[in-house]
Design a protein around this ligand. Structure first.
Ligand SMILES: C[S@@+](CC[C@H](N)C(=O)[O-])C[C@H]1O[C@@H](n2cnc3c(N)ncnc32)[C@H](O)[C@@H]1O
Length: 218
């Protein structure tokens, strides 16, 4: 996501610090913001935060964390979440400015119930394959922080990235537990929450692909 440097970025981040996690709080978990037994949800690459806000509003019984590596982009997500505070019946949403590479510095092993990847950057060049957030190295990282009963959900409009992801999953000896190449005309649509990219691409007529995975059985 390209974005011009925001004016007064530092001050704007500071104004949202109540919902921004600090490294000292790690490992993050439900106890930080909710009942310690609440399911922990994590979105990686949250962009402008629409999905995270809507999910936290829809599921007050869950603790929702949203990670984004670009501070400038995160300002939009944080300010959106601050503006929508009245929509949340629980104080259950927090943001993390970090790279997915450092996921395990923020979350303990087997601590996350739901992990969401929404419209991850496709990195189409072959030399950038390892940067794709569904590369097998990332998938293995996600499986380490997911509980054995956890679920990873991936959505994209990008057919090449979806096909690549299926190859990576197969290389790990796994099979998706759910899969559709047209989410908006499937039964999974019932509980779907749209992201900013999803609204944009689906309004242009692109079918949305979705899959769900569970960690390998030990
Ligand atoms: C294409 S945007 C999608 C934004 C949002 N999920 C949506 O669906 O509207 C992908 C986002 O992922 C973030 N991102 C990419 N690689 C990342 C990484 N390694 N760690 C954290 N965030 C990342 C980008 O900065 C960008 O904001």
């Amino acid at each position: 996501m390209r974005m011009r440097k925001k004016k007064h970025g530092e001050e704007r981040l500071a104004a949202c610090r109540a919902i921004l996690c600090e490294k000292e709080q790690a490992p993050l978990g439900a106890a930080l913001i909710a009942d310690a037994s609440a399911p922990v949800c994590l979105e990686i690459g949250c962009g402008k935060g629409g999905f995270a806000c809507a999910m936290a509003e829809k599921h007050p019984d869950r603790a929702f964390f949203a990670m984004e590596r670009i501070p400038n982009v995160m300002i939009c997500a944080l300010e959106k979440a601050m503006a929508r505070v009245e929509e949340r019946t629980a104080d259950n949403l927090r943001f993390i400015i970090a790279n997915a590479d450092d996921l395990e510095e923020w979350f303990a092993p087997a601590s996350v119930d739901f992990l969401y990847l929404n419209f991850s950057d496709p990195w189409p060049k072959a030399r950038h394959t390892a940067r794709r957030l569904t590369h097998r190295n990332y998938l293995q990282k996600y499986f380490r922080v997911l509980k054995p009963t956890g679920v990873l959900q991936f959505k994209t409009d990008n057919v090449a990235l979806f096909d690549f992801t299926l190859e990576e999953i197969e290389a790990l000896g796994l099979t998706p537990v759910a899969l559709t190449r047209d989410l908006h005309h499937s039964s999974y649509m019932e509980d779907n929450v749209m992201t900013e990219y999803e609204m944009n691409f689906s309004s242009q007529g692109y079918p949305i692909h979705m899959l769900r995975l569970t960690p390998p059985k030990k």
